[in-house]
Every structure is written in C-alpha cells, then in structure tokens.
Design a protein around this ligand. Structure first.
Ligand code: NDP
Length: 337
C-alpha cells in the first residue's frame, strides 16, 4: 500500500470558490488490479474548466462529486504495473490529478517521453492547452495568412500559445489583452505580440480599436463578456471567432447580461463557433508534428507558474482564477525519478 494525500470537493461554491470548498485527506492507495497501473504523480494541472465541474449539473463533462477526489490532467511515474505495455519507471499522462498516487485502468494512460520534452510540457505546450490553441485557430477560426488576430486571456496557458501560433501561421498582426502591465510587457517583449493592452486600464472597446486600426479578422475568445462585445464591434466583415472559453463569467453567482451587439453577427456576416478540445483527437498527430517542430526550433517560448506541493493545489487553482499565473499554472507534486 502507498499512503498519500488527495484533494476532495468538500462543497459546491456559489460564486467565487474558497479554500473551504476543498478537503485534504490522507488515503491508502490500492495496488493495481488486472489491467491497472499505480502511478505516483509528479505534475498536475489546474484549469478553468474545473470551476464548471465544481457546480452541480452536467456540462460537457460530469460534475465533480462532493466528498470525492477532484480530477484533472497529471503526469506521473508508474510505480506498479499490472497491464501489458507498461512497466515501473514509465511516465504517463492521465486524468487523475489532485492526488499523490492514483490507481486506474491503463487505458486512461498515455506514455510520455521526458527525453522529447520536460514532463510539465505535456500539460502545456504539447498538451491540452497547446492543442486547444492550435485547433481553435486552424480549424475553428480558420485562420488565414494575413489575418489580424485578437487573443484575450493572452498571457495564460492557451492564450500565450494562441498568439504565438497565430503569428507562426502567418497573421499580419496579433493583439493580446491581459490583466496587468507586466503581462502586457511579456506579450510584446517576449512572445512577439504586435500590440497588447491591460483590460483594467479602460474600456476594452477603446483599447482594442486603438490597437487594431484596420479591425480584426479573427478573435480567439478566452474571456467572453465585455471582451466579446468589443471584438464583435471591431471584427471586419466575414470575421471569425473561436469561442474557447468565457472565464469572466465562471464565478458569477447569477447570470449577467451578455453582449448587446449580437445583431452585428448578422450585418457583418460573422462566424462564431464554440469548441471543446477533446472532440478534436484526430488532429493530435498534426498538432505534435507542427507545434512540436516549432518548439524544437525555438520558435515558441513559454513560461510556467509553479506552485509546490499537492496541499497547495487549491491555492494554485484559486490563484489561476485570479490571474496570478503567467503562462501555465502547474502544481509540482513530487520530483521525477
Ligand atoms: P489561463 O492560464 O489563461 O488562466 C486563466 C486566466 O484568466 C488568468 O490568468 C487571468 O489572467 C484570466 N482571467 C481571470 N478572470 C478574468 C476576467 N474576469 N477577465 C479577463 N481575464 C480573466 O487558463 P487557460 O489557458 O487554461 O484557459 C483559458 C481559457 O480557455 C478559459 O476560458 C478556459 O475555460 C478555456 N479553455 C477551453 C478549452 C476548450 O476546449 N474549449 C480547453 C482549455 C481551456 P489575467 O491576469 O489576464 O486576468
């Protein structure tokens, strides 16, 4: 038996979550049964989608259960394997984060190679956020060479990659918005955005118009609300929107009124499409080839904000929702090896 901690959902938040919504519990981890693996987690991801799963009611994935361990992307080392094709010492990507150890069916594990990229990269550039940025631009927004692209939440995990990928795919101008002056500098100085603004500095519509004097052709939406309304206003005719997320709405205790200019979707012949990355598994090989190649060639830069220790995972999650991360917010649970 391996003893370890797991983080459980203690109660469902109304509005902003707090530490009280989480429980840290010590558990004994069972040895793997037939077809199962016992994995010691090394890294785990905290993601905005976890906020949705803390609510009751099914969205595109079932809600977390009160009193049970939370779930989410993690990379760990196989400690004991009772499944063909796996052995102790293998590193695997899986969906049983929020715990020191996990015992689960090997069909949920994907082997990852620390020689190809650092283990944490499989939760970021070469993982779900990278794939989201790639699919959102290429398939949903159908980004073309010469497009002017606006990305909100641009200094976060998905946004930081969306901006760089847009540029690598031939955007003529990439504009980003983020929540601090330091993040704005990071976008322009380190990630190569052509322009960026802090959405706390004034109305998004005014700042976006100033940054995009010729309008925008593509909006990669991570934020919703005022950002979406401003983007609809500034989009050129036949513009396209990849609706990736609306983090400005996730902690609303009550629904808030949405953009008041939706008729412009008609008059400007815009296309807005929501998407969920897990529907796009068929693009994985293409994604690895293209984004993996850019990463190898040093054309993509990335930053991680790392919180140490599983006990601090709730704080990492809350911090990410408050904007304390630049790039991907990750929790380091243990050392590899
Ligand atoms: P991030 O790394 O971008 O972290 C969240 C960021 O959101 C914070 O750092 C903060 O940055 C920003 N934020 C928080 N509140 C607000 C607000 N009220 N207005 C504007 N910005 C805010 O997270 P991810 O990259 O993991 O996710 C980004 C978006 O992509 C989310 O909406 C998420 O739900 C979505 N997503 C969708 C997927 C899909 O399949 N459709 C898959 C993965 C993510 P700041 O300091 O700039 O405010």
């Amino acid at each position: 038996m391996s003893k370890g901690l797991e983080i459980r959902l203690a109660s469902r938040p109304k509005g902003w979550p707090t530490q009280e919504n989480f429980d840290v519990v010590e558990v004994e981890q069972p040895q793997p049964g037939d077809g199962e693996l016992l994995v010691r987690n090394v890294w785990m991801s905290v993601d905005p989608a976890m906020r949705g799963r803390m609510n009751a009611g099914r969205s595109y994935v079932p809600p977390f259960e009160v009193g049970k361990a939370l779930q989410g992307g993690a990379v760990g080392e196989v400690v004991a394997a009772n499944a063909e094709g796996f052995q102790p010492g293998d590193f695997v990507l899986h969906y049983f984060g929020w715990r020191d150890y996990a015992t689960f069916d090997a069909k949920h594990a994907v082997k990852v190679d620390p020689q190809v990229a650092p283990l944490s990269a499989y939760l970021y550039v070469l993982g779900m956020p990278g794939m989201t940025a790639y699919v959102g631009l290429a398939d949903i927004a159908e980004q073309k060479e010469g497009d002017v692209v606006f990305v909100s939440g641009a200094a976060g995990a998905v946004g930081s990659l969306a901006g760089q990928i847009a540029k690598l795919r031939g955007a003529s101008r990439v504009i980003g918005s983020a929540g601090s002056a330091e993040k704005v500098r990071y976008l322009v100085d380190e990630l190569g955005f052509d322009a960026a603004f802090n959405y706390h500095d004034g109305p998004v519509i005014e700042q976006l118009k100033a940054a995009a004097p010729d309008g925008i052709d593509v909006y990669f939406d991570n934020v919703g609300g005022e950002h979406l309304e401003a983007a609809i206003e500034v989009l050129n005719d036949f513009g396209r929107v990849a609706e990736c997320g609306m983090i400005s709405q996730y902690n609303n205790a009550e629904p808030k009124p949405g953009p008041n200019n939706l008729f412009k979707i008609v008059s400007k012949r815009l296309k807005l499409q929501g998407f969920i990355v897990i529907d796009h598994g068929q693009r994985k090989d293409q994604f690895f080839a293209e984004v993996g190649g850019w990463l190898r060639d040093g054309k993509i830069s990335y930053r991680e904000t790392v919180v140490e220790g599983l006990r601090n995972a709730p704080e990492a999650f809350l911090g990410m929702m408050r904007g304390e991360n630049t790039g991907k917010m990750l929790v380091k649970i243990a050392n590899a090896g």
